[in-house]
Design a protein around this ligand. Structure first.
Ligand code: 6R9
Length: 648
């Protein structure tokens, strides 16, 4: 049993770690007993404030009085903390190493250079009428200009909303409209695995229905062809060249909004998770330092995209607040070959490496040779994020990539949480493969019996909730506070509901079992079943659709769609292809339906609710454990679905 396996903290790691096991225990205890004292100290240590806060925390998790405030009354600027305050001591240190898709192309940007470019772009934003509180959409590939744009927003107090470059024009449009962005920054094209993707063209299509966007700034990435709208479109390089190199940082309140990031939920369209300034920055910096045991001068590499929360917190804000050197990688793990990650590790002498289980699993398939032929001696700490890491992948990562020398930090957290909530600390926590282990400072996880709503004490399994606030927590759903309350604070009164299930073992270690709501996690990307269903029913031949996840070797979860065609429509393979293309076009290339099963009808309760529990079981081929089907309006529907199960 993998659970029996325990990896002690390696002596070499413990010797110089920021936090050892005793320190973790003592600090954790204080963070719970005296949260205001604890967080006040952390806020002093990690962030430079232009004015100290009046109160450390003020909150209520009660649905009818929901509010969460951290460091209220405090004033700060995020770009000042990530740039200006480092200039005197590390102006010439590299802040960002950019590794291009092409292995021969890279670029190093010092803190001083980054500071200057951020100021220039902030001045361009201002000249285009962007003011404090305005929203700016960033639709860029993994190029340094993405980090520059984020920091330039924070410089002037604008709120950024990054849309992942893999999202379709429709997804981009919906997000730009929802947050009423007035400026969009994009590039001519993006490059991944040698392929060019026309970002500006996507943006142009989206902008046809975004009348409030006054300016589109275009970064020249490839020099590929673009269409141009005079007056609206401006080139990034030309405009920053003409801008002044100084821009005073806007003084922001701790609770002023910092960014919006759209994320999928159980129902409806993706929601804009809104993070605020002070608490988020404290939490980003602190978790970056302690979870990765980041030591001064180390080279740190998180392979995520800035379009996801991991890229926000652990490529840009956390590392730069701590004055680290952060790698930004434009490419993919298997281009030009399966050694790419490890070649980059050797090339830049990476010490801390943070990636997703889906990448590990796909590399594992190619065998050990592409890894073992590289040195990787610089590596000290490995990290995992995005989905549960299966023990086999964990062991391979540990043995083959880390040569059994590097602790793996399996970090459980969410877009909503801003930073790590359950994670080992390299110098403090003995590891169990597949477990995210123990809570970070100030985090109080609890398990609730989903049927009874009662708390589970000791070892057990249930819905994972959090009992106390932490500074990095999202504050609201942009433009829809009620949705925030309803989604996270209604189901289990007094708790933040994560949407995940978890098991706690006898040592108090947490094992995340995955989403227990209608959110899929496909290759670490979050997708709502409702979004995919809406895309499917847009097709004129589709009457109804129900989407569930099923276990997939590489992706973690695959997308399984039950589709009911319109009366008289012949269900064909050609129609299946059209539907797959339809979803991809509506949402983007991350949404590829793996399996479509034609369903003459769907299993529904008498009140018309689709019983997804049953659909999940059929998709997972667990037909022996369907559970109670007696509440179905027509139980025979289930037999038909089982008999016609699509081949996997
Ligand atoms: C950071 C991020 C959040 C969901 C989360 C959970 C899953 C993330 C995990 C993990 C098990 C881990 N998840 N990390 N599950 N172990 N270490 O991924 O944010 O895109 O919002 O996804 O991802 O299900 O609820 P986000």
């Amino acid at each position: 049993m993998s659970e029996e396996k325990i990896y002690a903290v390696p002596a070499a790691i413990a010797a110089k770690a920021h936090i050892n096991a005793e320190q973790y225990a003592a600090m954790y205890q204080r963070s719970i007993d005296d949260p205001a004292g604890f967080w006040g100290d952390q806020a002093e240590q990690f962030v430079t404030w232009s004015k100290k806060w009046d109160s450390v925390m003020d909150y209520s998790f009660k649905a009818d009085d929901l509010h969460i405030k951290w460091f209220d009354g405090g004033k700060l600027n995020v770009s000042y903390n990530c740039l200006d305050r480092h200039l005197a001591t590390r102006g010439d240190q590299v802040a960002i190493i950019w590794e291009g898709d092409n292995p021969e192309v890279d670029r190093k940007i010092t803190y001083r250079e980054l500071h200057e470019e951020v100021c220039r772009l902030a001045n361009v934003f201002k000249s285009r009428g962007v003011k404090k509180g305005d929203r700016v959409c960033i639709y860029l590939p993994m190029i340094p200009e993405a980090a520059v744009a984020m920091l330039a927003c924070t410089r002037i107090g604008a709120v950024h909303s990054i849309v992942f470059g893999g999202f379709s024009p429709d997804s981009l449009r919906d997000r730009v409209l929802d947050s009423e962005c007035k400026l969009v920054i994009t590039s001519d094209e993006s490059v991944r695995g040698g392929r060019h993707i026309p970002l500006k063209k996507n943006a142009d299509t989206a902008m046809l229905e975004c009348p409030n966007v006054e300016t589109v700034i275009v970064v020249r990435r490839t020099g590929g062809p673009v269409e141009w709208i005079d007056g609206r479109d401006i080139w990034y390089d030309e405009s920053i060249a003409a801008a002044a190199t100084e821009c005073a940082p806007e003084e922001m309140d701790a609770e002023d909004p910092l960014f919006i990031l759209y994320t999928s939920g159980s129902t409806g369209k993706p929601k804009g998770a809104l993070h605020s300034t002070g608490g988020y920055l404290v939490y980003a910096a602190m978790t970056h330092k302690y979870t990765f045991d980041y030591q001064e001068g180390e080279i740190y590499w998180c392979t995520a995209d800035v379009g996801w929360v991991t890229g926000h917190t652990y490529i840009v804000y956390g590392p730069l607040a701590n004055g680290a050197t952060s790698i930004m990688f434009e490419g993919i793990p298997n281009y030009p070959d399966m050694s790419r990650f490890w070649d980059v590790v050797d090339k830049h002498q990476v010490n801390i490496f943070y990636t997703a289980p889906t990448a590990i699993r796909s590399l594992m398939r190619a065998g050990e040779e592409p890894v073992k032929k590289t040195s990787r001696q610089s590596l000290r700490i490995l990290g995992s994020v995005g989905e549960p890491i299966n023990p086999e992948a964990w062991e391979w990562y540990h043995r083959v990539v880390g040569d059994e020398r590097c602790p793996i930090v399996d970090t459980w957290w969410q877009t909503e949480t801003g930073g790590h909530l359950i994670t080992p600390l390299p110098g403090a926590t003995a590891l169990k493969p597949g477990s995210a282990t123990l809570p970070f400072f100030g985090v109080v996880p609890a398990l609730v019996d989903p049927a009874e709503g009662t708390l589970i004490e000791g070892a057990g399994e249930g819905a994972l909730v959090i009992a106390q606030p932490w500074p990095g927590q999202m504050r609201t759903v942009y433009g829809d506070h009620q949705r925030y309350v309803d989604t996270y604070f209604k189901q289990y009164p007094g708790y933040y509901f994560t949407g995940d299930g978890a098991r706690r073992d006898a040592d108090g270690y947490y094992w995340i079992t995955g989403r227990i709501d209608d959110v899929l996690n496909v290759s670490g990307h979050r997708l709502g079943t409702a979004e995919i269903e809406s895309a499917l029913v847009l097709h004129k031949d589709v009457a109804e659709a129900a989407v569930v996840g099923y276990p997939h070797d590489l992706k973690g979860q695959g997308i399984y769609a039950y589709v009911t065609p319109m009366a008289g429509i012949e269900p064909t393979d050609a129609l299946k292809k059209e539907l797959v293309a339809m979803v991809r076009n509506e949402i983007g290339p991350i949404a590829i339906v793996d399996i479509i099963q034609w369903a003459p009808s769907l299993p529904k309760t008498r009140s018309g609710k689709i019983m997804r529990r049953i659909l999940r079981k059929i998709a997972a081929n667990e037909i022996d454990s369907l559970g109670d089907t007696s509440t179905l309006a027509d139980p025979t529907v289930v037999n038909d679905l089982i008999d016609n199960r699509a081949n996997q």
